[in-house]
Design a protein around this ligand. Structure first.
Ligand SMILES: Cc1ncc(COP(=O)(O)O)c(C=O)c1O
Length: 300
């Protein structure tokens, strides 16, 4: 994701301001225990992309953590719309992060009574990224399919930070995480898709990957299935890393080039097609579907 760092704006406790000028109190359990959930979604001039799906995952995360009362979806959307208007991103696009923490708490794990969850919003102007990535297989981090927290976006991204650092130290862009069964699960902040013949494959949730919103969009299409992903599949088929802000072709794994590599234009086209399930209508202005030669995969 390419960010224009000057183009960011946040909301907390009734006030819009630059993110560095807003402060969450130090008794917040989001800070001390990563006790909370968040969503990151794309916001266009015509509104949020796939809002209902993101809100549903946020609700599921709140339910898992027993975070209540849950904020009102309409109120949050209206508040965010005001933020986007104030931000007025030059790209016409912004990433919205909605964070909900359990709020204030005493020292220790015991749940506060009553709970007073805190919510804050954070917009960054973005341009969706379709640049290729070189990746390694992380040796330090694994995903666990039998762990409930792998199914929602908790505030705990420590493993992702460790694996991303591991990638940077190996001089590549990102790391792929194996599951506890030794198959590929996902990247640090994206779902993994791999081509096999005319099919596109992604690991099942039992491999510990996040049920990504864009992954869900792609799974609705013909030729897109859940399947175990091995090193062989990856190196033979190539693939891409997908999230709500980017779709990045994988060009190499652990120093070996993938046999098939999507171009950034093709990746952009896949991404654009997946946005069309959003309530806000048309896709981004990107190259035509004919250029990608995989229309079977993405037609509804
Ligand atoms: C670990 C992980 N997997 C997958 C995704 C992709 O999810 P989505 O498509 O909802 O953006 C993300 C997004 O941040 C992520 O952090």
């Amino acid at each position: 994701m390419r960010k224009a760092s000057a183009e960011s704006l946040a909301w907390f406790a009734g006030r819009w301001d630059r993110p560095q000028c807003l402060a969450v109190p130090l008794d917040d359990r989001g800070l001390s225990l990563a006790d909370g959930v968040f969503e990151t979604l794309l916001w266009r001039s015509d509104g949020p992309v796939l809002w209902a799906q993101h809100w549903q995952r946020l609700q599921q995360g709140c339910a898992l953590l027993g975070l209540e009362p849950e904020p009102d979806a309409n109120w949050v959307q209206a508040q965010a719309a005001e933020g986007f208007r104030r931000l007025g991103p030059s790209s016409g696009l912004a990433a919205l992060r909605i964070t909900i923490s359990r709020g204030p708490g005493e020292r220790g794990l015991a749940l506060p009574q009553p709970q007073q969850p805190r919510l804050w919003l954070h917009f960054n102007a973005v341009t969706p990224c379709f640049d290729p990535v070189d990746v390694i297989t992380s040796r330090l981090v694994r995903r666990h399919g039998d762990c409930a927290s792998s199914r929602c976006k908790t505030l705990n991204y420590t493993d992702a930070v460790i694996a991303r650092r591991e990638a940077r130290m190996a001089d590549v862009d990102d790391a792929l995480l194996l599951s506890s069964t030794g198959h590929y699960s996902c990247a640090t902040a994206a779902n993994l898709w791999v081509q096999r013949g005319t099919d596109w494959l992604t690991p099942g949730l039992d491999q510990g990957c996040l049920p990504g919103i864009m992954r869900g969009q792609l799974l609705r299409h013909r030729h897109c299935h859940e399947h175990l992903i091995t090193r062989q599949t990856l190196l033979h088929g190539g693939g891409f890393l997908l999230n709500s802000i980017s779709c990045r072709p994988i060009y190499s794994l652990d120093g070996q080039a993938s046999r098939h590599q999507l171009s950034p234009q093709e990746a952009g086209q896949v991404f654009a097609q997946l946005l069309t399930g959003s309530s806000s209508g048309s896709a981004l202005a990107l190259p035509s579907t004919k250029e990608m030669g995989m229309t079977g995969c993405i037609e509804p």
